[in-house]
Design a protein around this ligand. Structure first.
Ligand code: NAD
Ligand code: ISE
Length: 341
């Protein structure tokens, strides 16, 4: 028996997830899609033979839809997630859960009121084999207590609609979630530095940015966000502990010597860099939904905590100051480690 899934937002990643849920993930069937761009929705619906439904609200209420995947734009996630929770349906929401932390708090309240965790957030790096190995090493004490982490998040280019706040809200949000999970620590403050801007950006964009975080236990994390690096999709992460350092591996690529060089090709985009992670992420979500269990991945708390940090990073970018990260007390409903592996 397959789970009937409704997908809201049939843009770039919506289409990817419809393909994945149709051809790769076992136990799922995309039965309905919705997008404000109806023509686009119809094209994507054809991948799985799904119905096109006029609005997100109607899709959520549709009796054939047993669970919802939200892949619309970040600023509209909050209301759509709240509608899913109100209907008692499990919902997988692409990151960011909300672009503002206040909306995340509303989602935490709604889930607690209904008394069941229904929300999973699409922080897919937790499903990447390299990051999982890093996490195992840190948890096993292989590098001692973590003191620092150095990260880089480089995209080749971004569209003109991408703006400076999105370097935190849309891009560094991945490192923010991943480092909370890897270190088992919350962020306490953030400062944002503006290096010389690249001439390859759209004029309105501050790029690159360097985000400097301090965690509650005093570790330091630096994240270089550079979304017009031109040469490829490059994700770097090194965690330095008291007795060793552990670095995220580059994706497996054949090493070539010759033609005056000695190295391997750089991955060009995030779909190929994290394809396997997306597959595992959605399979585990479908398995949990199919079993009638609560989701096992990143929770609404994780989505809220990330949004508090990105709110602070946006303030830090505009003010030039170090901004504190102020989380509300974690409700016992979200276990101390949440669903974090
Ligand atoms: P996109 O612009 O290609 O697609 C978004 C779609 O949502 C568009 O078709 C738009 O018409 C639709 N939409 C907007 N408002 C809507 C509404 N109210 N109801 C229904 N549809 C609506 O964007 P994208 O790149 O596919 O990104 C979508 C989301 O996925 C974003 O939150 C983004 O951050 C996230 N994302 C995550 C990853 C990842 O690595 N996990 C990668 C890419 C995108
Ligand atoms: C995009 O939305 C993603 O989530 C990608 O993983 C990230 O690399 C990119 O910067 C975002 O815009």
């Amino acid at each position: 028996m397959s789970i009937g899934i409704g997908v809201i937002g049939t843009g770039w990643i919506g289409e990817e997830h419809v393909r994945r849920l149709t051809h790769t993930v076992a136990g799922s069937e995309v039965v309905a899609v919705s997008d404000i761009d109806r023509e686009r929705a119809a094209q994507v619906a054809a991948i799985s033979g799904a119905r096109v439904i006029d609005s997100a609200e109607k899709l959520i209420d549709d009796p054939d839809v047993e669970a919802v995947v939200i892949t619309s734009w970040g600023p509209v996630h909050a209301e759509q997630v709240l509608a899913c929770v109100a209907s008692g349906k499990p919902v997988f929401c692409e990151k960011p859960l909300t672009t503002e932390a206040a909306d995340g708090l509303r989602i935490l309240g709604a889930e607690q009121e209904i008394g069941r965790r229904l929300v999973q957030v699409g922080f897919m790096r937790r499903y990447d084999e390299g990051y999982r190995e890093l996490k195992r090493l840190i948890d096993d004490g292989a590098i001692g207590t973590p003191l620092m982490a150095h990260c880089a998040h480089r995209n080749p280019t971004v569209p003109e609609s991408y703006h400076s706040d999105m370097e935190a809200q849309d891009t560094a949000v991945h490192e923010i979630d991943t480092l909370r999970w890897l270190l088992g620590d919350e962020f306490a403050s953030v400062q944002v530095l503006r290096p010389r801007s690249t001439s390859k950006r759209f004029e309105h964009l501050t790029d690159p940015q360097i985000m400097l975080f301090e965690t509650v236990s005093g570790a330091r994390v630096d994240v270089e966000v550079f979304v017009n690096c031109q040469y490829g999709y490059d994700i770097q992460c090194e965690v330095v502990g008291e007795t060793g350092a552990a670095r995220l591996p580059d994706p497996a690529r054949v090493h070539v010597r010759g033609g005056g060089g000695n190295g391997h090709a750089v991955v060009q985009d995030f779909p190929s860099r994290f394809a396997a992670a997306f597959d595992v992420e959605l399979q585990e979500w479908v398995d949990a939904v199919g079993a009638g269990a609560e989701p096992t991945g990143p929770t609404a708390w994780d989505g809220y905590a990330a949004a508090v940090v990105t709110d602070a990073a946006v303030k830090a970018l505009h003010s030039g100051r170090t901004v504190p990260v102020e989380l509300t007390e974690r409700p016992s409903f979200y276990a101390p480690e949440g669903a974090v592996r």
